[in-house]
Design a protein around this ligand. Structure first.
Ligand SMILES: C[S@@+](CC[C@H](N)C(=O)[O-])C[C@H]1O[C@@H](n2cnc3c(N)ncnc32)[C@H](O)[C@@H]1O
Length: 243
């Protein structure tokens, strides 16, 4: 039988700078984009996807004396750490979640979101590519960031995350294929009025890695035994545990 259905869904990787990464974004436009991203994150259920391994670790460690510490890199509007902190609080687990991003404007927005919900999450500015990653976290995670990077930077980031994480690295991102591209094109228009989201959504899918490429990057970064699971909508989660 012909393999055309598979090849139809395949796309060549194409990386273009995302609007949200441009310095000097106008505040109102940036906030509208982060709000749109927030709605996409709710629909993609990223918090639910990351939470089980964090919960398992928190219970396994039985950390009564100190909290399980989690850091979300390139956190944007802080949706992921806020959701994870809400889950931890609901389960009465001693988990401390922080988020960081290169953009002071995004960090200010994220901190405001956490405060408005009465959630304790600490946000701080950090360039995940050029600054030293803090080594006092059990879990390092990131979502919708790997696809921003060229292969060399992606491998370096994974390797640096693994070097400092005391227990676990979680990387969630988009799967590159035409189906995901069409979903992003339609979904971003339905979920947001932000021009940044409209442009960056499909751009992100085109820049994303396939699941095979993502596993290959993890292997080349020295993250032996990384597992990959797919989840709605056209996303994957890489999970690597310290041996
Ligand atoms: C597509 S957004 C994802 C935000 C969030 N993780 C989420 O899933 O909603 C990408 C984020 O990466 C941030 N970013 C870009 N380059 C960065 C870097 N070198 N270090 C840290 N954050 C960076 C941007 O400011 C932006 O907030």
């Amino acid at each position: 039988m012909s393999a055309w259905p598979c090849s139809f869904f395949r796309m060549r990787r194409s990386r273009r700078p995302e609007l949200m990464d441009q310095p000097g974004l106008e505040l109102a436009e940036h906030v509208r984009a982060l709000q749109g991203l927030g709605r996409i994150n709710v629909l993609s259920r990223v918090g639910s996807v990351l939470w089980p391994s964090i919960e398992r670790l928190a219970r396994l460690k039985g950390m009564n004396d100190r909290p399980l510490r989690v850091l979300d890199l390139a956190t944007g509007g802080g949706d992921t750490p806020i959701t994870l902190a809400q889950r931890a609080a609901a389960k009465g687990l001693n988990v401390e979640i922080d988020g960081c991003d290169i953009s002071p404007q995004a960090i200010h927005y994220a901190q405001g979101q956490a405060s408005a919900r009465g959630i304790r999450v600490k946000f701080f500015v950090l360039d995940a590519l050029s600054e030293r990653l803090p080594s006092d976290y059990d879990v390092l995670c990131c979502s919708l960031f790997l696809h921003h990077l060229g292969e060399t930077d992606a491998i370096a980031l994974l390797s640096r995350m693994a070097a400092v994480a005391q227990c676990l690295v979680l990387v969630d991102d988009l799967v590159r294929n035409r189906w995901g591209y069409l979903l992003a094109l339609a979904g971003c228009h339905v979920l947001s009025s932000s021009r940044i989201v409209h442009v960056d959504g499909p751009t992100s899918v085109a820049a994303a890695f396939t699941t095979r490429e993502a596993l290959d990057l993890a292997e080349r970064a020295g993250l032996r035994g990384t597992s990959l699971t797919r989840h709605w909508p056209q996303r994957y989660l890489l999970t690597w545990s310290v041996q």
